[in-house]
Design a protein around this ligand. Structure first.
Ligand code: ZN
Ligand code: ZN
Length: 142
């Protein structure tokens, strides 16, 4: 049963199921990213991401299938080389805060996106919703 003082472990993974991970602590932040890298890698106008503490993250399966693409600028993008699912950015095994794509969780992770970043590069064809979330012209984490 869920106990708010000890949130249940969250599990997640890629579309084909080869890459699996778990998060055993609270999600620290979550938001939408409207950067051009997220637009290209997802084929959509924005990407929902979250961050968790390194100590609360465990890669359970599929490490050998995780591929990484390092764009000319910004952090590496990690994806499953079998199914193409975007999973993480940066280095999930050493970053102080692990960045996880919000859509990878198996169930409602509880948190709701709190901000929108890189709204300066939002797609022309998808106006940034007037949803009251804090907007950052560029990175919220810079
Ligand atoms: Zn996969
Ligand atoms: Zn982005």
């Amino acid at each position: 049963m869920s106990d708010p003082r000890h949130p249940a472990v969250l599990t997640g993974g890629c579309l084909c199921g080869a890459v699996r991970f778990e998060v055993s602590g609270p999600i620290l932040s979550a938001g939408y990213c409207h950067c051009t890298h997220c637009q290209k890698r997802t084929g959509t106008g924005s990407s929902a991401n979250c961050r968790v503490a390194q100590a609360d993250f465990r890669l359970l399966e599929g490490a050998e299938l995780l591929s990484s693409y390092q764009p000319p600028t910004g952090v590496p993008k990690l994806f499953c080389s079998r199914c193409g699912s975007a999973l993480f950015s940066g280095d999930p095994l050493s970053d102080q805060e692990v960045a996880i794509r919000l859509g990878c969780f198996d169930r409602d992770p509880g948190i709701r996106p709190q901000f929108r970043q890189f709204v300066d590069s939002a797609a022309a064809w998808e106006p940034v919703p007037d949803d009251g979330l804090t907007r950052y012209p560029r990175s919220r984490y810079a």
